[in-house]
Design a protein around this ligand. Structure first.
Ligand code: NOJ
Ligand code: CA
Length: 721
């Protein structure tokens, strides 16, 4: 941008500030004057601007010479997003983009604090300034289009609005063209654009080197790479100056998910909505409606990206009211043993995992070890017809147990022991079958007093031509959440729609997968997730929301005793972290349901299991102590309703010395720290199980040094003495 625009903004600042006080008034005169003076070298009329409450982040709105709306983003003195244009293509209607006039613009501001029923913290501060621009086509059909821009201290967001207008009831969107023009060749952490699945390994490259077309070597049952060089969101970047940016969307409601097309030469990303081949469009909506928010989180320190609440703040307040029927909990279950091949989901194999006796064994162990819930997969009939079948409609019924699983007696047994059961609904991506049975399935859960369901959407969506992230499925996932809420059921979705912060509005959206989870370590042909996986995930996928990663493998080399040697993948599966790294994940990765996934026999009598017994799952506050994307991260969280703190740290394949300050602790209190750390000779590959436990007295002034092994980690529980 050329200097004349900067001068114009400075010169007109007093007028601008006064105009902000004329709430919702027509500011046309002011803008036309401003427009004349602020013609930039790109021949754009800069019409209005909104800055964050701390004044560090600012968005400017402009119309090009051809009347196309655009924006740019500044952080302090840096231009972070250069002139970026907006527009839409429709079916049976001319494109919307050029020939717009600014009718009016207005400013509002919000400063509120709201409460999460459970979460990374109890109170969330929501403070922003908003600019609304109302546009209209100069020529027929004179359509109207509003754009909202918000500036927060931790980033910006914008969304489109199509107001009610004469002559148009419904729009069929063929694509949205929201663009993001970067101002440098940033280091970027990305996964390839995929309309179905987010279960990919992250790549670290310069933006100009993003080549999603060549990174399609991660086999999965449902991947649908888009035929373009594109990435999924959140996509995180670091600028040469050390600023951190992450691009995503918030409040994805009745719309298609957004992937971002990459133009490596122009350093530009443009929205590419997930389509429906079946229906032949991307979005159909009747007017009026608003799109999801397009978001950019901005942080000087990588750690501050994790602390950002931008995505949550861009969602609507809690619509469910009192949700105390769900309580955050750790859980175990009949699950990892299937992924290891020790048992199976189906009964025909002769090694059915979900038996009454096995469930009771888990309930006993959970009751004795401060684990609140038990998940049982493979309990209902249909699994013989699960993977690899084209015709999956009507296979699962979600109410009929296999004959060797006495659902009712297991539930009664669990209740007697103070353990709650977690229901499992694998839909095998036949959402119509699931929708037909939703009420029946949730009514059964309500009658049995089961308040949590893990859902699954393995495979390609039926009907063919729909994708996990298209509008049709966005609406399916939402219908499941809303129906579940009627029966006091909370949902932990696997193969989910990506998280866009909807848990603020519907807190029963407790957690989800949407990444390469622990399960890949047991059967991935590539030998599992590399040590850097979670140090990247913490700054990418986790910015979207809670993750059901299912940590806690202690038998890291997987002993292999349950695998058929004839069926071993080329690369022998193992978990590519140390044991202390697995413990650190209970604090680093946030989820109100946190699994201890390993087999009972691997936990029994193991001293390090004490950390899993003790660690909290619901937090009063969170302090992200330090971190670098893809390298390491350290987080401390205070348990809700207690004075205990827990600290977790993880590193990539590099050994790392870290110094941690305990200044987050209460003044004047001493704490006993129980430290679970990598042994000096620990290593994710050669010696993953080597750890030490020691105790230390600490207080607010303590500063301690730790060494994280290659692929290692750290877990500390802190209790006031
Ligand atoms: C995939 C899920 O991610 C996994 O956790 C589950 O065990 C299987 N689907 C079966 O539903
Ligand atoms: Ca690294």
């Amino acid at each position: 941008m050329c200097d004349i625009v900067k001068y114009t903004i400075t010169f007109f600042r007093p007028i601008y500030l006064r105009s902000k006080m004329m709430k919702h008034s027509n500011l046309l005169l002011f803008f036309s004057v401003l427009a004349v003076f602020s013609f930039s070298c790109e021949r754009e009329a800069h019409l209005d601007r909104v800055a964050s409450p701390d004044n560090n982040v600012a968005v400017s709105f402009f119309l090009s010479e051809e009347g196309q709306p655009g924006y740019l983003v500044r952080y302090k003195d840096h231009l972070l997003v250069d002139s970026s244009y907006l527009g839409f293509d429709f079916k049976d209607q001319p494109a919307l983009g050029k020939g717009l006039n600014l009718v009016q613009s207005s400013h509002t501001s919000t400063d509120e604090t709201w409460e999460l029923p459970w979460g990374e913290q109890r109170l969330v501060h929501n403070r922003f300034q908003e600019l609304k621009v109302e546009l209209q086509e100069k020529d027929l059909p004179n359509r109207t289009w509003n754009i909202y821009f918000r500036a927060y201290d931790d980033g910006i967001a914008f969304r489109h609005e199509f107001p009610a207008q004469p002559g148009v009831d419904t729009v069929v969107i063929m694509d949205e063209h929201s663009s993001f023009v970067l101002t440098g060749d940033h280091t970027t952490w990305w996964i390839p654009g995929d309309w179905d699945i987010y279960e990919h390994l992250y790549n670290t490259t310069k933006f100009s080197e993003i080549d999603a077309l060549s990174k399609r070597n991660h086999p999965n049952l449902a991947q649908t790479y888009i035929p373009e060089n594109a990435v999924n969101t959140p996509v995180t970047m670091r600028t040469a100056e050390g600023l951190h940016l992450s691009f995503h969307e918030a409040n994805l409601t009745d719309y298609a998910g957004m992937t971002l097309k990459v133009d490596p030469d122009k350093l530009t990303m443009t929205s590419e909505l997930v389509g429906s081949d079946r229906l032949g469009h991307k979005v159909v909506r009747s007017l009026p409606f608003q799109t999801p928010w397009r978001t950019i989180q901005i942080a000087p320190r990588a750690a501050d990206l994790i602390a950002s609440n931008l995505i949550l703040n861009l969602n609507e307040p809690n619509e469910l009211g009192d949700v105390s029927w769900f309580q955050p909990q750790k859980y175990m279950g009949i699950w990892w043993e299937m992924h290891l091949g020790k048992s199976s989901w189906d009964m025909a194999s002769g090694k059915h995992g979900a038996t009454t006796a096995n469930a009771k064994r888990f309930i006993d162990f959970a009751a004795a070890n401060n684990i609140g819930g038990i998940l049982v997969e493979g309990w209902n009939t249909g699994w013989e017809h699960w993977i690899g079948f084209e015709d999956r409609e009507g296979v699962f019924d979600f109410v009929t147990p296999y004959p060797d699983y006495d659902l009712e007696s297991v539930v009664v047994y669990a209740a007697e022991k103070g353990v709650s059961m977690i229901m499992h609904h694998e839909t095998s991506s036949a959402p119509r079958t699931y929708e037909q049975q939703l009420d029946t399935a949730f009514a059964l859960m309500q009658r049995l007093g089961i308040h949590t369901v893990k859902t699954g959407y393995v495979g390609k969506i039926i009907p063919k031509g729909e994708y996990h992230h298209g509008q049709w499925m966005v609406n399916h996932y939402r219908k499941v959440l809303r129906t579940a809420a009627k029966y006091q059921v909370a949902v932990n979705a696997h193969e989910p729609i990506k998280d866009t912060g909807i848990r603020r509005t519907l807190p029963n959206a407790i957690s989800r997968e949407g990444l390469r989870g622990q399960e890949f370590n047991s059967w991935s042909v590539e030998g599992g997730n590399p040590p850097e996986h979670l140090p990247i995930v913490a700054f990418t996928r986790m910015l979207a929301g809670p993750i059901d990663f299912t940590p806690g493998v202690f038998d890291l080399k997987l002993s292999q005793k349950y695998l058929d040697p004839a069926n071993l993948p080329a690369k022998k599966p193992q978990v590519n972290t140390t044991l202390a790294h697995q413990l650190g994940l209970y604090v680093v990765i946030y989820s109100p349901v946190q699994m201890a996934c390993d087999l009972i026999e691997h936990y029994e009598g193991h001293p390090a299991f004490q950390f899993i017994r003790e660690v909290g799952v619901d937090w009063e506050q969170t302090k992200v102590l330090d971190g670098a994307v893809g390298d390491y991260v350290a987080i401390a969280r205070q348990e809700r309703g207690s004075l205990n703190w827990f600290l977790g740290a993880i590193t990539d394949e590099n050994k790392r010395d870290i110094s941690l300050s305990f200044d987050f602790l209460d003044t004047g209190k001493a704490y006993e720290a129980t430290i679970y750390e990598d042994a000096p000779d620990a290593d994710w590959n050669t010696n993953p199980g080597a750890y030490n436990i020691r105790k230390e007295r600490v207080n607010k002034d303590s500063m301690l040094n730790f060494t994280l092994a290659p692929g290692g980690g750290l877990a500390i529980s802190l209790k006031p003495v």
